[in-house]
Design a protein around this ligand. Structure first.
Ligand code: BTN
Length: 334
């Protein structure tokens, strides 16, 4: 007998219901009442979900409980976990892709809406900042890109969105149990090692942003052997920090939910609260830094984030305002 394909919409609703209940047991009756399904249909969907790798316990006479979610990043896993109005409501999920950001940019050019997300299990041509590459361990890490269409944001203020994204990723990592901090502008570090990177690209005219694509790569479950040798000692992952595999779907859902929360905060209240939150999470401020600018190096103390998102560095010659470049944290004095 060929198993029936899951009726994905109803199965998704059953899953969402179970996911929302968390550790609580949900009665079959509650599910069938709420979703307008027969008890037999609920049971069929539960069986289908089990066949897809979900662990759903049946608790004698009381109902069902969702115990474990398969480690895959597809709409079926992600949607029930998302608590957003825009971000991730349209999901484009792939097994393999050159670069999620390249794909998201093409979608944006084609009219993709605010909050559409591209996610992949493997990336063959991942791009990093300043022309570098980004290597990801297939099936172990998280790589996604989000199309944003900020309303009424002048192009000069678009870099603020990079800092918005860094807050979301930093907070999602903290929820996953690691002590993440932000290195200006948007590298996420744990114990001095890079755990996540963010690449922001946009299409704009001077007075109007058409779209922004925020691309995020996070080392979630990468092992030592997943990193290229030149990154050893410089990169880390949630797994390496905690010694425990993290559920990627939950992590990605947290990133997207937090991105929307911080994005909305920025849209409503401007850069002030973002700057404040960023300052608290910064591992750059107060440190001696060396900034590589095109062709020269600025060495001094990182003093503050100014009200445009630029980094202010106190040097022997005075205060330098850094708007782009690579920051190296120098050894703390003393
Ligand atoms: C950096 O730290 O240099 C930024 C790295 C950004 C990597 C992510 S992975 C998802 C998205 N797609 C890409 O090609 N790059 C970004």
């Amino acid at each position: 007998v060929i198993p029936e394909p899951i009726q994905s919409e109803s199965a998704e609703l059953v899953l969402a219901f179970l996911a929302e209940a968390g550790d609580d047991v949900v009665s079959g009756e509650a599910i069938s009442d709420k979703l307008g399904l027969t008890r037999a249909a609920v049971w069929k969907h539960v069986e289908a979900l089990r066949g897809q790798g979900y662990r759903i316990d049946a608790v004698a006479t009381r109902g069902y409980r969702l115990v474990a979610v398969p480690d895959r990043l597809r709409a079926l896993e992600l949607r029930p976990l998302l608590n957003t109005h825009d971000v991730g409501q349209v999901l484009h999920c792939f097994e393999s892709l050159g670069s999620t950001s390249d794909h998201a940019k093409a979608l944006a050019e084609d009219g993709a809406g605010h909050g559409e997300v591209v996610v992949t299990e493997a990336q063959t041509m991942g791009r990093g900042r300043r022309g570098r590459g980004w290597v990801m361990a297939p099936g172990r890490n998280v790589a996604f890109s989000v199309v944003l269409r900020p309303v009424g944001l002048p192009t000069a203020r678009a870099p603020e969105l990079t800092l918005v994204a860094s807050l979301a990723v930093c907070d999602a990592l903290r929820r996953a149990g690691v002590d993440a901090g932000i290195k200006w502008p948007n590298d996420i570090l744990v114990n001095g090692r890079k755990i996540a990177g963010i690449l922001t690209e946009l299409a704009a005219e001077p007075d109007q942003v058409h779209w922004v694509v925020v691309g995020v790569g996070v080392n979630v479950n990468a092992r030592e052997e997943d990193f290229p040798p030149e990154l050893l000692g410089q990169a880390t992952s949630v797994f390496l920090e905690r010694g425990q595999v993290a559920p990627r779907a939950l992590f990605l859902a947290a990133c997207l939910t937090l991105l929307e929360e911080w994005y909305d905060r920025h849209a409503e209240d401007g850069f002030g609260p973002i700057r404040e939150a960023w300052t608290v999470r910064s591992v750059t401020l107060g440190r001696e830094v060396a900034v590589q600018l095109d062709g020269r190096e600025v060495v001094g103390t990182a003093e503050a984030l100014d009200d445009t998102g630029a980094l202010l560095v106190r040097t022997a010659a005075g205060l330098e305002r850094i708007t782009s470049g690579d920051v190296a944290l120098l050894r703390p004095r003393g």
